[in-house]
Design a protein around this ligand. Structure first.
Ligand SMILES: C[S@@+](CC[C@H](N)C(=O)[O-])C[C@H]1O[C@@H](n2cnc3c(N)ncnc32)[C@H](O)[C@@H]1O
Length: 311
């Protein structure tokens, strides 16, 4: 008897996800790098220029530590429309910093982040990149770990070679591509690598709380990722313990922003506004907007709860 060749083969979840996002007709292939900007949801740089202004303070601190190199190359990976670099440049216009935005190569089937092999002396930033890199999914089973595969718009579970200690019935993402990306980037020896993303310090925490697999489309949480492949973004909370250990303590975004002076920048904005409110110009309005931007960026159940990892 011969096998029916037309029978669809199960596809591992990360490969399915890569196809949905980066393959021909995929979410990023059809919407381009500005996909999220069209309104799928707001990232920290898109809240307003304050985020970039605080990141500029952090970079300034590192630049001093490095002996003020001229130029200082700054890579923003997964830069989308490039808003972060623009805000950094506006905040520190006199610095000899050279900005390079990197995003997915828009070739069907490609999901390369093209970075030079040698990043020595450079600062590499990525905001909400890791959550977008294809991940595998495992589930604790009665007879060992199982892995999620996709076939014909439904999932099937199969035994896996992966090793994770998960209670029966709970699931976790396996961040192979993100881990590979961080390792490759660190191997290129940047002076600093600074990653911002949502997630939790440990895989166990994510497995325990669930809800880490999400889809987004038009500002809204989307549907099941298996429905209508390519129509929505697919992301995961990042389990930071699956990546190389940062050389600085992993901190919440709110703590990082406070460390680098967000409150001072807001006070400066408030004072500027008070002094100029009678005849407000664009600068005065921008300064006032720091107050509401900071609220959003520090929100304990929102952006303030994101994590920042620095190597
Ligand atoms: C959530 S958006 C973040 C955009 C921007 N960093 C921001 O904070 O507004 C994720 C970005 O990562 C990009 N991206 C996804 N996979 C990538 C990869 N493998 N290499 C480079 N960029 C990637 C997407 O095209 C998208 O622009």
């Amino acid at each position: 008897m011969t096998a029916d060749r037309s029978e669809p083969q199960p596809e591992r979840f990360d490969r399915y996800m890569a196809r949905c996002l980066y393959g021909p007709g995929g979410f990023y292939a059809t919407r381009g790098t500005a996909g999220r900007r069209q309104g799928d949801f707001i990232t920290s740089p898109e809240v307003g220029p304050l985020f970039g202004a605080v990141v500029a303070e952090a970079i300034d601190g590192w630049w001093e530590e490095l002996g003020r190199p001229d130029p200082l190359p700054i890579y923003d990976v997964g830069c989308g429309p490039g808003t972060l670099a623009k805000s950094i440049a506006v905040a520190k216009p006199d610095r000899p910093w050279h900005y390079v935005g990197v995003d997915v190569v828009e070739t069907p089937g490609s999901m390369l982040a093209e970075l030079p092999e040698d990043l020595s002396g450079a600062v590499v930033l990525a905001n909400e990149l890791l959550d977008n890199l294809p991940f595998r999914i495992v589930e604790g089973g009665a007879d060992g770990l199982l892995e999620v595969f996709v076939v014909d718009g439904r999932e099937v579970l199969s035994p896996t070679e992966l090793v994770f200690d998960l209670p029966i019935g709970t699931r976790a993402p396996v961040l192979e591509a993100a881990d590979r990306w961080v390792r490759q980037t660190l191997a290129a020896a940047p002076a600093r690598l600074c990653l911002f993303d949502y997630g939790a310090p440990t895989t166990a925490e994510l497995a325990d709380r669930g809800g880490w697999l999400r889809t987004y489309r038009h500002h809204q949480r989307g549907r099941d990722p298996l429905v209508d492949p390519g129509s929505a973004d697919i992301t995961t909370d990042v389990a930071w313990d699956q990546l190389p250990t940062p050389t600085q303590p992993l901190v919440r975004q709110a703590e990082f922003l406070r460390r680098w002076g967000i409150e001072r920048l807001v006070d400066e904005g408030r004072q500027w506004w008070t002094e100029n409110a009678a005849a407000p110009d664009l600068t005065a309005l921008r300064m006032r907007s720091r107050i509401s931007e900071a609220e959003a960026l520090l929100e304990p159940s929102g952006l303030g709860d994101w994590w920042v990892a620095v190597w």
